[in-house]
Each structure stands twice: as C-alpha cells, then as structure tokens.
Design a protein around this ligand. Structure first.
Ligand code: GAL
Length: 356
C-alpha cells in the first residue's frame, strides 16, 4: 500500500506539471489579465503563507464539504484529507451535507462568508455542479471538486476550479475482468451465458452509471453472452445491498451466477444475503465490488468475495491537496485540463494483502 501511494503521488506531481504548462488565456489581452490575476493571487498566497508561518502554521483556512459523512468510502477519504491537510498546518473544517444539496449550498455559502482560503467540495448532486461552480466563481474561491465529476464543459466556467477523482469506466472494466479471470468466466452453470444482478449506487452519479455499463461491457467485449436478471439502486448503502441481494436470491435462486455491486459496502451487504441463502462465493456464485474497503479486502483474502477494485482514497486526497495548493499559488486551469485522474487497481486474493 505504501509503495502504491508513493507511485500515485509521483504520478500526480507529473500530471500537475503537465497541466500547468497547458494553462493560459486565448488572446494576449486575456493572458495579461490572467497573469495579473495570477500574480495577485500568488502575492496573496505568499502573504497568507507568511501570516500563517508567523502564527506557527503552514497556512490557510480550508472548508471541506462532504456529500454525507455516513458513507463508508467517503469516511476513509475524509480521514485521509484531514491527516494530509492538518499535517501541512492548515486549519480545516469538515461539513456533513447529509445527502441534502440545499444543506450543502448553505454550508458553501457559510464557508464563503467566513472567508476561507480554499474549498474542497464533494457535491451531493452532480446535477448541482453548475450552481456550485457559479457560487465559488462569484466569490473567487479556489475550489477542488472531488468524487462526483461534472462535465468538462461545466468546469470550464471557472479557471480556479479542478476536479480530482478517478475515471469510473476503468473500475467497471476491472470488475468485468475479475469475472472473466474466473475458471468459467462467470458462466458457472455452463448454459452459455453469464446471468447476473446489478446492485447500483446512486444512479445520478457517473460512478454508478459507468461501473454498471463497463462491467458488463467487459464481458460482452470478450464475447460472453450476458443476461441481466435484475438491476436495482442500492445508493452505495450496505443495508440496501443486503435487501436487494436477499430478495433476488429468493426470486432467482441458482440462476444468479454473478452479483455486481457498484461499491464494496453494498457487496458486504450482498455477502450477508449470499451466506444466509446457503450459497458459497467462488463456488456457486461470484461477487465483486469497488473501493477496497478494509472489510472487503478481508473477504477477498478469505475467499468470500471474488475481488474488488482499489478506489485510491489516499491518492485522491493527496491529489486534491496538491491541486488546492497549486490554485492557492495562483495557478489557473484551462478548459479541458481541469480533471486530474488517479488510477484504480484490480484487487484479487493474490494481491489483496498489499492493500491491507
Ligand atoms: C464512489 C465510491 C462509493 C461512494 C460514492 C459516493 O466512488 O465507490 O463507495 O463512496 O463514491 O459518491
């Protein structure tokens, strides 16, 4: 895990350099204006840093908005952010959006009123991105969006805005590959098709949309026939994962060969239902998730999950803080250069221990 973190940090650093070289205005006049702004921002950042140093810290008040605290993966992510930011001497305040966009909007406005130096925002609704971006732009606050990716077009509205996250298509593809890597490529009963149920996250979120699409696409791209027995939203939630799997196992019985879960917390719930139904993972059913939560890593090692995909919370937190510091240093981002991605990693029983 430590090695992986270092590699990610290095990759992030080189991406930052690349994006930095690519930024700038379209015309000479814009460039001058942007440079003047950037110079002023650099001066301001220097001043903030100097003030902070005088008061014993490395600098700045940072507001962090999380879509809801009660989310297993975002809890790991939040802890990583806190450790990195506080370790660097920032004063950081975390707000729980409680899965309510109106509540989060108030929190963003409060942070702005308090004069925070930068914001890190995990939006409640991806569809609220335009409004969030307009608000932070209006207040001229450097902002890093995390975990829920807006479109490049939406982000282009504000040059002091960056998204740090992962490309969810990659995680979906890896889930499909985990099934293809099994002895019978997911076709346990040998009837020529892979029959699965899909337990989806919040479908408003691209992570849920892409993981659903690309996990199955990996199978069909490899020439497998597939049959979707059920697709239901579990909103990233363990209890909902358990309920959906329990109902589907009662309804479809042995016809279910694969349970795809858009995240690990739902997969852990599904595993409870699988065990209660007397089924055995990797023998008469396959189960995959995403995130590499500690609980899921244990189940992969024990053979109770077929595999998972590392959603690198530490790498993303590191990247988010680096991007924030670049913005605080006066860097601006050109349209099309505002998404910074961290790689997912496939997790199997062979390498799971590396991530524990
Ligand atoms: C995903 C993660 C889920 C959930 C979601 C929240 O990337 O896999 O577990 O945390 O983000 O948006």
């Amino acid at each position: 895990m430590k090695l992986r973190r270092k590699v990610t940090a290095l990759a992030m650093a080189s991406m930052m350099v690349f994006s930095m070289a690519a930024c700038g205005g379209d015309s000479a006049q814009e460039t001058t204006a942007a440079e003047t702004k950037a110079d002023a921002a650099t001066e301001a950042a220097k001043e903030t840093a100097a003030q902070a140093e005088a008061s014993g810290g490395a600098g700045g008040n940072i507001g962090v908005c999380i879509y809801k605290f009660d989310d297993a993966f975002m809890t790991t992510y939040r802890n990583a952010l806190q450790e990195i930011l506080e370790g660097k001497g920032y004063t950081v305040t975390f707000m729980d959006g409680k899965n309510d966009q109106a509540e989060q909007n108030n929190q963003i406005n409060n942070f702005i009123a308090q004069g925070v130096d930068a914001l890190i925002i995990n939006p409640v609704m991806t569809s609220a991105a335009d409004q969030i971006i307009a608000t932070v732009k209006d207040a001229d606050i450097p902002t890093v969006l995390i975990n829920r990716e807006p479109t490049a077009d939406q982000m282009s509205a504000y040059e002091k805005l960056v998204y740090v996250g992962c490309d969810a298509r990659q995680s979906g593809t890896m889930q499909g590959e985990l099934i293809l890597d099994t002895a019978n490529k997911g076709d346990i009963n040998g009837d020529g098709k892979v029959s699965y149920i899909m337990i989806q996250g919040d479908p408003e979120n691209v992570d849920a949309q892409y993981r659903t699409e690309f996990s199955v696409k990996a199978l069909t791209d490899a020439g497998m026939e597939v049959e979707e027995l059920d697709l239901q939203r579990g909103d990233w939630d363990r209890n909902k994962g358990q309920e959906i799997a329990q109902n589907d196992l009662a309804k479809f019985g042995n016809d279910i060969e694969v349970i795809f879960c858009n995240n690990d917390d739902m997969a852990i719930g599904a595993l409870q239902a699988i065990q209660a139904a007397g089924r055995k993972v990797n023998e008469d059913i396959y189960l995959v998730g995403v995130d590499a939560l500690d609980a899921a890593l244990n189940e992969v090692v024990n053979g109770n999950m077929t595999g998972t995909v590392l959603n690198d919370a530490n790498g993303q937190a590191q990247g988010a803080v680096e991007a924030m510091e670049a913005l605080l240093g006066g860097k601006t981002y050109a349209a099309g250069e505002q998404s910074i991605y961290v790689d997912y990693v496939k997790v199997t029983p062979e390498n799971a221990a590396d991530f524990q």
